[in-house]
Design a protein around this ligand. Structure first.
Ligand SMILES: Cc1cc2nc3c(=O)[nH]c(=O)nc-3n(C[C@H](O)[C@H](O)[C@H](O)COP(=O)(O)OP(=O)(O)OC[C@H]3O[C@@H](n4cnc5c(N)ncnc54)[C@H](O)[C@@H]3O)c2cc1C
Length: 394
């Protein structure tokens, strides 16, 4: 075991920190213009590409750097520690990975170079009104009609569709009843499709939510939408999808750990300055110190699991091997971010609730991690069943 970063990893972390410091003062405006004007500041994605991060997962033959998940995860963590990032980075990368792994070649050639260059930004849609934690209950159908794959149904809580170029959607490849009648196994009968949000029959309604700064959530309605492409093998969409969810969870952990570091730094800085009784700063009280010290210790521990997950992924571990680690890592990192946000808020006293300090908003953002992209309960269900071998509880 060697716990030191390689030279490349050190360089990635350093340049991601610099990227973060450069963009931090511009994040409020980036969020505002996306939410109020529906205009995504493309220079953010283009600069991310120039720094080599957008193409980290993409091989050189498709215009990427092929560095792998670990450098991307290190970069996202470092940027998040400066308060910089976008859920659309994680979603675009995860979709790109799905295309890379599942193919076919013409799709790789069509989409991946544009992801690596920062020109293509994608949203991702799996959740439906009656299928959140249980994706197998989805009813949307993307079925073949001659040359076309035609999509019908509804997706909900979908982030950033108004500003994205494409949406990667997972739907049934035939209605549920048809699959049952034909005796097709539960895992078959799904298609992953690329959809243009401007396609005929595609409409969406805003779902007022909080939890992701600078991006709105939408309910999507598909009425005979002709899809742009099917990713991977027809009917077998669940396989590439579950494969890339491990990468998504690792990248969600990256954002959570960066967020934790940032909140910790802010709380420590405030605790050093704020004086309430006499001339001693509140940071001299153990009631304020200890929770912050505890977060620091936990941050170092969860980081080890995080680097392990990213490394396993780059070493080609099978989805079944990496799955439990990625899931546990996302769980621990998410819970830690919530704890950090809570203690940072407490350290700031009443000022924590002012818009100026941003602490209460940080709490809301951190809290989302207990619910999405996979809820705490579903993580613990999976660990109990698949790691501990306990009976399935539902
Ligand atoms: C801000 C935001 C952004 C999002 N962005 C996207 C996006 O871009 N794309 C996308 O596809 N989705 C997105 N989602 C959806 C998100 O992934 C789901 O909300 C999440 O997976 C939970 O599903 P649900 O809301 O249907 O909850 P439900 O499945 O209805 O669950 C409700 C509660 O019951 C618990 N529960 C359910 N089943 C069990 C069980 N068997 N055992 C124990 N507890 C259980 C859950 O953990 C949860 O606490 C987003 C959500 C939010 C809030």
């Amino acid at each position: 075991m060697d716990f030191r970063f390689t030279e490349e990893q050190e360089m990635v972390q350093k340049s991601a920190k610099q990227f973060g410091k450069r963009w931090a003062p511009r994040m409020d405006e980036l969020h505002r213009s996306a939410v109020e004007d529906g205009a995504l500041d493309r220079s953010f994605f283009l600069e991310l590409a120039e720094a080599g991060f957008a193409g980290s997962l993409i091989p050189e033959q498709y215009g990427g750097t092929g560095m792998g998940l670990t450098p991307l995860a290190i970069a996202m963590e470092a940027m998040a520690s400066e308060g910089v990032g976008s859920a659309l980075v994680m979603l675009t990368q995860m979709n790109a990975l799905c295309i890379l792994r599942a193919g076919p070649d013409p799709l790789r050639e069509r989409y991946l170079p544009r992801v690596a260059s920062g020109e293509l930004v994608m949203a991702f849609a799996i959740t439906e009104p009656d299928a959140g934690s249980n994706s197998f209950r989805m009813v949307s159908v993307a079925e073949r009609r001659g040359q076309d794959i035609v999509l019908n149904g509804t997706k909900t809580f979908i982030t950033g569709v108004d500003v994205a170029d494409e949406v990667l959607v997972i739907a049934r490849s035939m209605p549920y009843e048809e699959r049952k009648a034909k005796n097709v196994p539960k895992t078959a009968g799904f298609n992953v499709v690329m959809v243009d949000p401007k396609a005929a029959g595609f409409s969406m309604t805003e779902l007022p939510t909080r939890g992701i700064e600078g991006l709105k959530q939408w309910t999507l309605h598909f009425d005979d939408v002709v899809c742009e492409a099917v990713v991977g093998e027809e009917h077998m969409g669940i396989i590439p999808m579950f494969d890339v969810l491990n990468a998504e969870r690792t990248l969600a952990a990256a954002a959570a750990l960066g967020m934790t570091e940032r909140l910790l730094n802010k709380a420590v800085e405030y605790a050093r300055e704020r004086k309430v009784f006499g001339d001693r700063a509140i940071g001299s009280y153990q009631a304020i110190q200890h929770p912050l010290a505890e977060i620091k210790a936990e941050l170092e521990a969860v980081r080890l699991l995080f680097y392990k997950c990213a490394t396993m992924f780059d070493q080609g571990a099978r989805p079944m091997e990496i799955g439990p680690y990625a899931t546990m890592c996302k769980y621990l990192a998410g819970e830690l971010a919530i704890k950090a946000a809570d203690h940072a808020l407490q350290t700031f006293g009443g000022s924590g609730f002012s818009a100026e300090t941003g602490m209460i908003d940080a709490y809301v953002n951190a809290r989302l991690l207990r619910t999405a992209p996979i809820s705490r309960e579903m993580v613990l269900n999976q660990v109990a069943e698949h790691v501990l071998g306990l009976p399935r509880s539902y």
